[in-house]
Design a protein around this ligand. Structure first.
Ligand code: CP
Ligand code: NVA
Length: 309
C-alpha cells in the first residue's frame, strides 16, 4: 500500500520516533547518506507562498541524491480544468513522490487517492505535519526527549499549526495545551482524535482560552501567525482578540524557567511574538527552521525506502 503523510496521525508513535531517530542521524552526518541515488525525482508543488519548505525540500532531495522538481502550480494546469486526481495520476508516472502545499485538505486527499506514489502534505489549511517533525526534533535536542514534556501553543488555535501540534504532540507522548480566543478553537474532531492518541502514548491534550493557564510551567512555548495564508481578507479581527496571546517576556515568564520558544516562521514581529523573545536566549526558532531539512530527508527516506530500523 502506498504510504502518504497527509496528517500528523498518518505516522504511528513508533514510526514517528523512527523518522526522528533517522533525522538525528542524518543531521549528524549530513552528506554521508544518499539513499535516493539514481534518477529518482520528487515533485514539490506550491499553491501558496513558501521560503523554508521550498528550499528545505529542494536542498534535501538533492542531498539524498534525488532530483527535485519545485514548481508553482499556477504554471501548471491545476486550477484551470485539469482535475487534481488526473494530475496525481500523471505525476505518479514521472516521479517517486509528490510533495504538495495547497489550500483545503480535500485537495491533497484527491491527489493522494489517485496517486500511486507517496504524497506529502507540505502545509494545508488543516495541517502542517512536516513542520511538526522539525519541531519535535528540536524538542528532542533541547529538552532531551518529547514524552512527558508540556508544550503550550498560544494564538490561532483553529489553524493548521494548532491541529498539527495536537496530533503530533500527542503521538510523541507530550502534554499539549492549545489556547486561542473565543471563535479560534481547534476543530473538535481533531481534538478528540488527539485525545485518543494521547490515551495510548501517556500524553494529554487540552484546548483553553486562557493563555497564562496554557503556558504555566510549560517546557515548550509555541506560536504562529494570527493570519494564515488565505485568511488575509476573511473579515475577522485578527489582532485585537489575540493581543493577550502575544509571546512576550511577560507571558513567557509563566513557563518553566528553561522553557524553549518555537515559531515555524515567518514571524510577524510585534504581533504574535516580540523581538525580545524571538531573538532571545530561549528561542530555538532557527534550529527549528534548519531541522525542516533533516526531518524531511528522513521522512522521504522512510516513505521511499524500507522503513528505517
Ligand atoms: N514554516 C514554513 O512552512 O515556512 P514557509 O511558509 O516559508 O515554507
Ligand atoms: N499558519 C501559517 C503557517 C505558515 C508556515 C499559514 O498557514 O500561513
Amino acid at each position: 500500500m502506498t504510504r502518504h503523510l497527509l496528517r500528523d496521525d498518518d505516522l504511528t508513535p513508533a514510526e514517528q520516533a523512527a523518522v526522528l531517530d533517522l533525522a538525528a542521524r542524518m543531521k549528524a552526518d549530513r552528506f554521508g547518506y544518499r539513499p535516493l541515488a539514481g534518477p529518482r525525482s520528487v515533485a514539490v508543488l506550491f499553491d501558496k507562498q513558501s521560503l523554508r519548505t521550498r528550499f528545505s525540500f529542494d536542498v534535501g532531495i538533492a542531498e539524498l541524491g534525488g532530483h527535485p522538481l519545485v514548481v508553482d502550480t499556477q504554471v501548471t494546469h491545476f486550477g484551470r480544468g485539469e482535475t487534481l486526481a488526473d494530475a496525481g495520476r500523471v505525476l505518479s508516472r514521472y516521479v517517486a513522490a509528490i510533495v504538495l502545499r495547497t489550500h483545503g485538505d480535500d485537495r491533497i486527499a484527491e491527489v493522494a487517492e489517485a496517486a500511486t506514489v507517496p504524497v506529502v502534505n507540505a502545509l494545508t489549511d488543516g495541517f502542517h505535519p512536516c513542520q511538526l517533525l522539525a519541531d519535535l526534533l528540536t524538542v528532542r535536542e533541547r529538552c532531551g526527549g518529547t514524552a512527558g514534556r508540556t508544550l503550550a501553543y498560544v494564538g490561532d488555535a483553529a489553524n493548521n499549526l494548532a491541529h498539527s501540534y495536537l496530533l503530533a504532540g500527542a503521538t510523541a507522548g507530550m502534554h499539549v495545551r492549545v489556547a486561542g480566543p473565543d471563535g479560534f478553537a481547534p476543530d473538535p474532531a481533531v481534538l478528540s482524535r488527539a485525545a485518543e492518541i494521547a490515551a495510548g502514548t501517556g500524553g494529554s491534550v487540552r484546548a483553553l482560552t486562557d493563555p497564562v493557564a496554557a503556558v504555566a510551567d510549560a517546557d515548550v512555548v509555541a506560536t504562529d501567525t494570527w493570519t494564515s495564508m488565505g485568511q488575509e481578507a476573511d473579515g475577522l479581527d485578527r489582532i485585537t482578540p489575540f493581543l493577550p496571546y502575544q509571546v512576550g517576556k511577560e507571558l513567557l515568564g509563566h513557563a518553566a524557567p528553561d522553557a524553549i520558544v518555537l515559531h515555524c516562521l515567518p514571524a510577524h514581529r510585534g504581533e504574535e511574538i516580540t523581538d525580545e523573545v524571538l531573538d532571545g536566549p530561549q528561542s530555538a526558532v532557527f534550529d527549528q527552521a534548519e531541522n525542516r531539512l533533516h526531518a524531511q530527508k528522513a521522512l522521504l527516506t522512510f516513505l521511499l525506502e524500507a522503513p528505517p530500523s
